[in-house]
Ligand binder design. Structure first.
Ligand code: FES
Length: 107
C-alpha cells in the first residue's frame, strides 16, 4: 500500500496510506486532506482536485491524459508543468512516497 504525502499551502504536510488500485483523489478525501474538493467525484470534469506533482517525481507519475489535459486549463490556481488532476493518478506500490503539493485554491 503506497504512502503519499500532501504538502499543504500552509507549509504542513499530511501523510496518507492509500490502498493500491485507488486514485490519489480518493486517498486525499478518505485521509481528510483539506484543499482537495473533488466536486465531480472523479470524472475529470471539475478540476477541483488539482495538485502539483513534485518535480522530481513527475516523470514517474507521467503526463495527463487528453481529457485531463483540457480540464487543466480550467484550474482555479495557475497551471504548472507538473499540474495533474489527482482523480486521474492511479496509485500503485511504484508510487510509494509520492509527494504532491496542494494549490492555494480549487474553486
Ligand atoms: S474530482 Fe473532478 S476533476 Fe478530479
Amino acid at each position: 500500500m503506497p504512502t503519499v504525502i500532501f504538502q499543504l499551502p500552509d507549509g504542513t504536510e499530511r501523510k496518507v496510506i492509500a490502498a493500491s488500485g485507488t486514485v490519489l483523489m480518493q486517498a486525499a478525501v478518505s485521509g481528510g486532506v483539506e484543499g482537495i474538493v473533488a466536486e465531480c467525484g472523479g470524472n475529470a470534469s471539475c478540476a477541483t482536485c488539482h495538485v502539483y506533482v513534485d518535480s522530481e517525481q513527475a516523470e514517474l507519475v507521467g503526463p495527463p491524459n487528453d481529457v485531463e489535459d483540457e480540464m487543466l486549463d480550467f484550474t482555479a490556481a495557475e497551471r504548472r508543468p507538473t499540474s495533474r488532476l489527482s482523480c486521474q493518478i492511479h496509485l500503485s506500490d511504484a508510487l510509494d512516497g509520492l509527494v504532491v503539493h496542494v494549490p492555494e485554491e480549487q474553486v
